[in-house]
Each structure stands twice: as structure tokens, then as C-alpha cells.
Design a protein around this ligand. Structure first.
Ligand code: ADP
Ligand code: MG
Length: 380
């Protein structure tokens, strides 16, 4: 694969006295749509961290929450990007793993926030990609390669949205962490190529669901950007020694968090409903377990999504959760559930380290040095 070719594996270098971090949680309240919704049930408090839920009697607050930041209905895509995503992209450019997950019920604004390509409302994925390339352009001191993958998870099957014929990819693990085996990793040189792949993936996603007569809000979509950053430290040609940092950015549009009804109208069989929900249910269980200092077992292995996001949930990654909420009174119960999910996620500690290794050329050079050393010893 793109990231592991020709490179000597080294243990990741932990920065020694880095303070432990946790998952950062941001809530975005989408403006109420005109038709048949009563807005005002969720209101941001002044000071930008607090949020109040109003029930039935519009002036009596029912519950209050506090998050890393609450972005109200008038917040722009740029506001969301600067609060929740930009710091992660900057870390990815320095060799950290980073994750942005969007959680919330269908219609709450996950896909709008992540994937919108409307000129006046560009979403987090295109913004993150654009930032990566503008950084690369300005950094003359490093060589960069960027690879993009795009998959979806539906009913515990991983489908490659850039190569839709690959519809049952498996999660694998090596010293470098967890990855999707055999996934297409397309090298991208600029934002135009990224946007092209995004729209290709989105089209494939829609096609897949139309064929299944299902709705894509039931699937998880994951865009992965791998940034490889090289710096020559000495030598030239064969003897050149390079330090290589690898940052992986996951941008995850989670399936709708609303409970699935096994009613006749949805036409779902019980096992189907269970399978559709499995990854999201397991995500909740993993977050609960990770948030509880006494929990002995975290069930990462119980679903594909949680295996893939294992690092993002308390391993080697910096993670932001964007809870998408709508302020409609009709959806207050689902919104409360989403906010509670967000609160638990705030207790998940992460421990990100720079993924740095020394390229093959170094190993080569070190081997020669070691052999020469041995020669010298044996000739003594
Ligand atoms: P989800 O992906 O969570 O199911 P969508 O992102 O598709 O929800 O949003 C549902 C609808 O609401 C879409 O028509 C979208 O354009 C609109 N929408 C969502 N968030 C906002 C926002 N912050 N501002 C304006 N329109 C929004
Ligand atoms: Mg969506």
C-alpha cells in the first residue's frame, strides 16, 4: 500500500511529557426548516459553551449542557471549521492521527457540515483538504505525498466508494495501526482532484443505495486522507536519510442516530435492523467503556466501525466529535440522546503521538554502518 512501501518500521516516537488529552465535543444547532417544525427547543447560551433544552412550555428550561463549544444556528461553515477541524488538520500535517466524527439524527446536518460543496457553504471535508494543500504549497522544507480513500460501512460490509466493485473489504492491523485492507488509496496532488474523488464517491454511494432500495442515512461514510511528510536529514542518493511523518485524517459521517423502528412501513426484518445499527450501537458502548475509568473491556472488535475508529477513541489520535442537533421541539428526545452521547464522549481520553519513522534508506545506511563496525571488531 501507499503508506507502508519501502519504509523501515520503527516504534512511534512518543513525545515524553505531553499532557493527556480527551475527545473534544462540539454541538452545531441547525436552523429550523420552515415546514412543520417548531424551532427554539435548543438554544445556545451566551459564552458559546452552554446549551439549554426547552420542553413543552417554551420558557421553562428543562436541561442544560456544556460542551467544548456550541455553534448556534447562525454559525457558518467557517466558524465550525475553525473551532472543530482546523486544529486537527494542523496536527495531521505534523504526523498525528486525527478524526472528525459527525453524530446526530437524520436531517440534523451531518452531511451538510461535512460534505457540502455549495460555494457559500463549503463543508469540513473540502476545507480540510484545501488546508492540507495550501500548507504543502507554503512549506518548502518538506516533500509531501497525499493519498485519499473513501469507504462506506453498511450492514457490517465495507464498500470502497472509489472502487465500488470492492464491496467487502476487511479491517487489518499491523504495527502501524488499523487499516482497511485492499482499499484504493488514490494519490492526490491538489484540491481539484480531491473534490473529483469526493463527488465520485458520493455518486457511488447513492447508486449503491438505490440498488438496495435503502437510504444512505443508514450507512457510515469515511473519508481518509493520509499525509506523508518527508525531510532529508543528511546524505544524498542511496545514503540519504529521511525522517518521515505520517498523519492520517479520518472524516466520518455517521449513520443517523435515531432508533430504527422495525415496523412494517420500513420493511425491515429484525436481524436487518440489528445489523444496520450494530456499528453505531457498538460505538456508543465503546465510548461508554472508554469514558468509565473502571471499565475493563472496550468492545472495539464487536463492529467494523469501532475497529476502524479504535485509534480515534482513545488510542493514537486527536478526535473531535461534531454533534449535529436541530432545534425543533418535535425532535427534542432524539436531540437529548445525541447530546448525552456527546457528553460521554467528552470523557474519553486520547493519547496522540507523532507517527515518525526513518525511511528505508536509513536502514540501509545503518546496516552498512553496523556491518563495518563488525568488520572492524573482527579484524582487531
Ligand atoms: P444529515 O446528514 O444529518 O441527515 P443533512 O446534512 O442532509 O442531514 O441536512 C438536512 C437538510 O438540512 C439539508 O437540506 C441541509 O442542506 C440542511 N441543513 C443542515 N444543516 C444546515 C445549516 N447549518 N444551515 C443550512 N442548512 C442546513
Ligand atoms: Mg446525511
Amino acid at each position: 500500500t501507499a503508506t507502508s512501501s519501502g519504509a523501515a518500521r520503527r516504534p512511534t516516537s512518543a513525545l515524553p511529557d505531553r499532557p493527556e488529552e480527551r475527545v473534544k465535543v462540539f454541538v452545531r444547532i441547525r436552523p429550523t426548516k420552515a415546514e412543520g417544525e417548531t424551532g427554539g427547543a435548543v438554544r445556545a447560551k451566551s459564552g458559546s459553551k452552554g446549551l439549554v433544552i426547552f420542553r413543552e412550555h417554551a420558557n421553562i428550561p428543562a436541561s442544560e449542557f456544556e460542551f467544548d463549544k456550541v455553534l448556534g444556528p447562525s454559525a457558518s461553515q467557517s466558524d465550525v471549521y475553525h473551532a472543530a477541524v482546523k486544529p486537527i488538520v494542523e496536527d495531521v500535517l505534523n504526523g498525528y492521527n486525527g478524526t472528525l466524527m459527525a453524530y446526530g439524527q437524520t436531517g440534523a446536518g451531518k452531511t451538510y457540515s461535512l460534505s457540502s460543496i455549495a460555494a457559500d457553504a463549503i463543508g469540513m471535508i473540502p476545507r480540510a483538504a484545501a488546508e492540507v494543500f495550501s500548507h504543502i504549497e507554503q512549506d518548502g522544507g518538506h516533500e509531501y505525498s497525499v493519498y485519499m480513500s473513501y469507504v462506506q460501512l453498511y450492514m457490517e460490509l465495507i464498500q470502497d466508494l472509489l472502487r465500488p466493485e470492492s464491496e467487502n473489504l476487511q479491517i487489518r492491523e499491523n504495527e502501524g495501526g488499523v487499516f482497511v485492507g485492499g482499499v484504493h488509496q488514490q494519490e492526490v496532488q491538489n484540491i481539484t482532484q480531491c473534490l473529483h474523488l469526493l463527488s465520485l464517491g458520493d455518486r457511488n454511494r447513492t447508486t449503491a443505495f438505490t440498488a438496495l432500495n435503502a437510504h444512505s442515512s443508514r450507512s457510515h461514510a469515511v473519508v481518509m486522507l493520509t499525509v506523508i511528510k518527508r525531510r532529508s536529514v543528511s546524505g544524498t542518493g542511496e545514503a540519504e536519510i529521511q525522517r518521515v511523518k505520517v498523519g492520517k485524517l479520518f472524516l466520518v459521517d455517521l449513520a443517523g442516530s435515531e432508533r430504527l423502528k422495525k415496523s412494517k412501513s420500513t420493511g425491515l426484518r429484525a436481524n436487518e435492523a440489528k445489523s444496520i445499527n450494530l456499528s453505531l450501537t457498538t460505538l456508543g458502548m465503546c465510548i461508554n467503556a472508554r469514558a468509565d475509568p473502571n471499565a475493563a473491556h472496550v468492545p472495539f472488535r464487536d463492529s467494523k466501525l469501532t475497529r476502524l475508529l479504535q485509534d480515534s477513541l482513545g488510542g493514537n489520535a486527536k478526535t473531535s466529535l461534531l454533534v449535529a442537533a436541530c432545534d425543533a421541539a418535535e425532535h427534542v428526545d432524539e436531540t437529548l440522546q445525541s447530546l448525552q452521547f456527546g457528553l460521554r464522549a467528552m470523557c474519553v481520553r486520547t493519547q496522540a503521538v507523532v507517527n515518525e519513522r526513518v525511511d528505508y534508506k536509513t536502514l540501509h545506511a545503518e546496516m552498512i554502518a553496523a556491518l563495518e563496525n563488525q568488520d572492524r571488531k573482527s579484524s582487531l
